[in-house]
Design a protein around this ligand. Sequence first.
Ligand code: NAD
Length: 260
Amino acid sequence: DLGGQTAVITGSTSGIGAALADGLAAAGANIVLNGLGDEGEIEALRASLAEKHGVEVRYHSANMMKPDEIADLVAYAHSEFGRLDILVNNAGIQHVAKIEDFPVEKWDAIIAINLTSAFHTIRAAVPVMRGQGRGRIINLASAHALVASPFKAAYVAAKHGILGLTRTVALEVAEAGITVNAICPGYVKTPLVEGQIADTAKARGISEEEVVRDVMLKAQPTKKFVEYDQLVGLLLYLASDAGASCNGAAFPVDGGWTAA
Ligand code: NAD
């Protein structure tokens, strides 16, 4: 039961982040949403979460490429609710290209959004959590924090980096009642991945079924996408008192991908 706790989830207007926000709200936490998107759709999401779960839900529009706005997101959550218990660093983007063709601006954006934004949120959140004597920081890494795939240089570098950040901060805050962990999903059928299925089918001249089977799920021994609820279950465990001894760890939720 997370009643009375405050959770900030970056990139929670879509996909995994939206599902994690829903799971935290269902467990009773007050929520600060963040992410890009249509203003009206975000307001509808905010209102529906609040109504469905009977918790307070706010939205902050911080761009994860802008350090000042990121610091303001954390300060906003603290000032709105007077506490900050759970920080989920989830915002992320992808770009797929050969290293010699990799656009410099895509490299910079992926490192900023997928890695550096978590440095800024954590840096701002730790003093608040230290003051409370308790806190939970959960970083959405990836199977690509543990293994590589070709054509994803920036993404794999950022995800390996966020695991290093997870481990380092975990050591620094361990005695303060704060834990820092990484969830490492395999493929999840988010709007982002749905879009990639159609694009890849077109690019390779194969069917969407073949893309799913022969490209995406080839690496995943279960041959199934990871479901949102399976990530929510782990997140709620890590956020709970039962998760207090999990610190600095990487938790694969990838159907066995990184066991191979
Ligand atoms: P998504 O595109 O559905 O959601 C990404 C979220 O990040 C959106 O809310 C978007 O608005 C937000 N975002 C993007 N750029 C931003 C910016 N500059 N400032 C603020 N917010 C920004 O993607 P998803 O698949 O749900 O991915 C969420 C996280 O999970 C990412 O870190 C991703 O790397 C990770 N992940 C996804 C998968 C997968 O298969 N989908 C697998 C492993 C890890």
